[in-house]
Design a protein around this ligand. Structure first.
Ligand SMILES: [Zn+2]
Ligand SMILES: [Zn+2]
Length: 771
């Protein structure tokens, strides 16, 4: 017998995001193509397949199963065993089997696929210009699901009864819309409505066309999108962009811009092939791109004083159609007032966005989960997550161990939480800054949703060491109500472990944690820390020396206060401000700050590198007020030249001393030297570059010292300060030259958005007393 005619039966188990993503029809088509017989079915959490046929065809089937799954599928494991022939006569899709307390992975919402895009722009297609077009390869998933199994009655689409033609597509295994739960058409699906700020319907023949005209005419529209409302306006219209800033109480924080196609992006930004790939990916995040100010006609106020623009491509049919009608790039920013969560329901938006939007573009497809746009940047050809939401959550991060069921509540700013089970860490979508009741409610509701979807009942609750954070208070309450242990985790330890675990590093590392604020074990505000850390515990082996923060939180909003904290704290209370931009400050306020410092009234101590960058920004006269997190530090980064000499790296002087086994980085010489530079009118660009090189140089030298003591050659970089690209590049390069293996974040943010992952890992390994 010839080898090719040998027949075999394969029994295959596929795990991952394999349900609701067109996996069974894909298997069906693949089996038929290869002349194989058998069946496929969904069971809780996986797809089971049995196929038999010629050995060579079967091998090809298995290869393609792995290499060409449908776009929304994410295969985690495939297990294949072979057995004797069962004698199947055809190939069938069997009914689903569900097991209680088993869970399945839920697909994130995915950007409109090419087939659907072609349909909405094809005048002869029945879905021409239909803004809710989707198929198994694209469209809403996570934002509409209320419970598993993922079936239409368990989604917000249950309100719409499919018309016969949609029903037919839904039932046909060979159709792209087979079992596409949000399937809809103009006849049977959700509809748009355009109203003015008084709630009156705008009379027009074509809502999207009208909306496009209003945008072109300089109006601000609140648009109900995929995961909530967005505020949109013409990004080339300076006046409108300024008006949006006024109304939204957002003076400077950059706005994201949506552009119709890559060809438009190239008119405004310098974009690499990797960045194009990320923009066009099914996740379609906002990507920070180098703004080409010479070519671009976008309003400067879209991203005041910044070199980078947050750009995204349309990711729903509604966005495609709007961009097409408007014909200009659109500011597309979250529909909220300042730091509140994004509005998601029609009634809610009409109240909360009143006074911001001139018009409201509404629809009647329910949004169950709020879902902001994700934000990424690309460094060394790899995507780096800065905000993880649409397109990514609730897809889990894989843990290199089997975890207990844990709820980690995250930090206060840029909050996410994390629920673990098995080898899955379900990190929530970006929740927001937990500083108001609305965000707390969003946080609590989203925790309940994740617990339900993934069948998790936490045995342990973890939170930040800071007792006053809202998530910490929530954690304490829930732990006590449910009589489960509460584990508090130091902020920077959580940062480092978050970075370790996404890189599957188990052995101790030198952890470099640079950020704005984090509660230390000594009650001080940490943020410039060198740790020796593993998943269980950490030791603080080095730090930037403590300086006073005059006025506490006020020093974060007013970086000049921080500059005075460093100058008076390090160079003496009689230090003269003569010849510095700081001399122009209100003398009464300066006198009060001086008194605060002398009497140590409301002057918490900090080792924060975020504050160090803030202070130098203020010292050079760059920024007196921060209206968004890290604004002053970013202003300083933006001043550094793009191209700098490859000669010897110039740094400011610094010193160190060891106190109780901890290496203190002393900054007196550094500040004296910067003061001299400022007085001599050295260009801010030069000061900025020198400071970046100094902090990178300090990091390398500190790691060398720590490595000499510990033998550790692995370094993990984490904390929000590493969103600073220049610092990240200089530090990574410096450490590699010194033969360190460097780990950085890619899957979860280095900022506090990645903290919950680290908390969950540490809580899993820390020994707890029974409650
Ligand atoms: Zn599609
Ligand atoms: Zn229909």
């Amino acid at each position: 017998m010839k080898k090719s005619s040998v027949k075999q039966r394969a029994i295959i188990n596929v795990q991952g995001v394999v349900q609701g993503v067109g996996f069974r029809p894909f298997v069906y088509r693949l089996a038929v193509q290869h002349n194989l017989r058998g069946w496929v079915r969904n069971t809780s959490g996986k797809v089971e397949i049995e196929v038999e046929g010629k050995e060579s065809e079967l091998a090809d089937f298995l290869r393609r199963l792995e290499t060409h799954p449908p776009p929304m599928a994410r295969i985690e494991h495939i297990r294949t065993t072979f057995s004797t022939l069962a004698g199947y006569t055809d190939f069938r899709i069997h009914a689903s089997v569900s097991h209680r307390d088993k869970y399945q992975l839920v697909s994130p919402d995915i950007a409109t696929c090419k087939d659907c895009r072609d349909e909405i722009f094809n005048p002869s297609d029945r879905r021409y210009h239909y803004p809710f077009t989707n198929c198994t390869n694209c469209g809403p998933r996570f934002t509409i699901i209320e419970d598993i199994p993922y079936d239409r009655p368990q989604t917000t689409m249950r309100a719409f009864k499919m018309c016969p033609r949609c029903e037919q597509e839904y039932r046909d295994p060979l159709n792209r819309r087979f079992h596409a739960q949000p399937n809809a058409c103009p006849e049977c699906g959700p509809q748009l409505e355009l109203i003015d700020a008084n709630g009156k319907a705008v009379k027009c023949a074509d809502v999207i066309k009208k909306a496009g005209e209003l945008l072109k005419a300089g109006k601000i529209l609140a648009i109900r999108g995929l995961g909530g409302f967005q505020l949109a306006c013409d990004a080339t219209n300076q006046q409108t962009v300024n008006l949006l800033r006024d109304r939204k109480h957002r003076p400077a924080k950059p706005f994201a811009v949506m552009m119709a196609a890559i060809s438009d992006v190239k008119k405004h930004c310098i974009v690499s092939p990797d960045e194009i790939e990320l923009l066009e990916s099914p996740q379609a995040p906002v990507v920070l791109l180098r703004w080409n100010n010479k070519k671009s006609d976008l309003a400067q106020s879209v991203a005041p004083d910044l070199k980078y623009l947050g750009i995204m491509l349309p990711y729903t049919p509604l966005h495609h159609l709007l961009l097409h009608e408007a014909g200009v790039p659109l500011v597309m920013t979250s529909g909220n007032l300042s730091e509140e969560p994004i509005a998601k329901d029609n009634d809610e938006a009409l109240v909360r966005l009143k006074g911001i939007a001139d018009y409201f573009l509404l629809h009647n497809r329910g949004i169950y989960a709020r879902y902001d746009d994700s934000v990424y940047m690309v460094e060394e050809n790899k995507p780096i997550s800065l905000r993880r939401a649409r397109g990514y959550a609730p897809y889990p991060v894989h843990l290199p161990y089997k975890s207990k069921q844990i709820l980690a509540c995250g930090a206060e700013l840029k909050n996410t939480f994390c629920l673990t089970r098995d080898d899955h860490a379900f990190i929530s979508q970006h929740i927001g800054d937990m500083e108001n009741a609305e965000t707390l409610e969003h946080f609590e509701q989203t925790i309940e949703l994740y617990k339900r979807l993934f069948r998790i009942e936490p045995d342990i609750i973890a939170c930040d060491l800071h007792p006053e954070y809202l998530p910490s208070k929530y954690a304490a309450r829930v732990a006590s109500e449910n009589s489960v242990p509460l584990i508090t985790v130091q902020h920077h330890h959580a940062h480092i472990v978050s970075c370790m675990v996404e890189n599957s590093v188990e052995t101790p590392v030198i952890g470099v944690a640079f950020d704005g604020v984090g509660y230390g074990t000594d009650g001080a505000i940490w943020g410039g820390e060198f740790l020796v850390a593993d998943w269980h515990s950490f030791q603080r082996v080095g730090q930037f020396e403590y300086v006073p923060m005059p006025g506490g939180a006020a020093a974060i909003k007013k970086p000049y206060r921080m500059a005075l904290g460093y100058l008076y704290g390090l160079l003496g209370i009689d230090f003269s401000l003569a010849g510095l931009p700081l001399a122009k400050l209100n003398t009464t306020e300066t006198a009060i700050i001086k008194q605060q410092l002398q009497k140590r009234i409301n002057c918490p101590l900090t080792s924060s590198t975020g504050r160090l960058f803030d202070a130098v920004a203020a010292l050079t006269g760059l920024s007196n007020e921060s209206t968004y997190e890290a604004q002053a530090a970013i202003a300083l980064e933006m001043q550094a030249p793009d191209k700098f000499g490859r000669g010897k790296i110039v740094t400011y002087p610094w010193s160190y001393e060891t106190q109780n086994g901890v290496i203190m980085i002393k900054l007196k010489e550094l500040f004296s030297a910067i003061v001299d530079d400022v007085r001599r009118n050295v260009a801010v660009s030069e000061i900025s570059l020198k400071l970046h090189q100094t902090v990178a140089g300090i990091t390398v030298e500190m790691c060398n010292k720590i490595s000499q003591q510990t033998g550790i050659k692995q370094v993990a970089l984490s904390g929000g300060v590493f969103q600073n690209r220049l610092l990240l590049q200089l530090t990574t390069n410096g450490l590699r030259q010194a033969d360190f293996q460097v780990f950085t974040h890619h899957l979860v943010p280095c900022n506090d958005g990645g903290l919950s992952l680290g908390q969950a890992v540490i809580a899993n390994f820390r020994k707890v007393k029974a409650p």
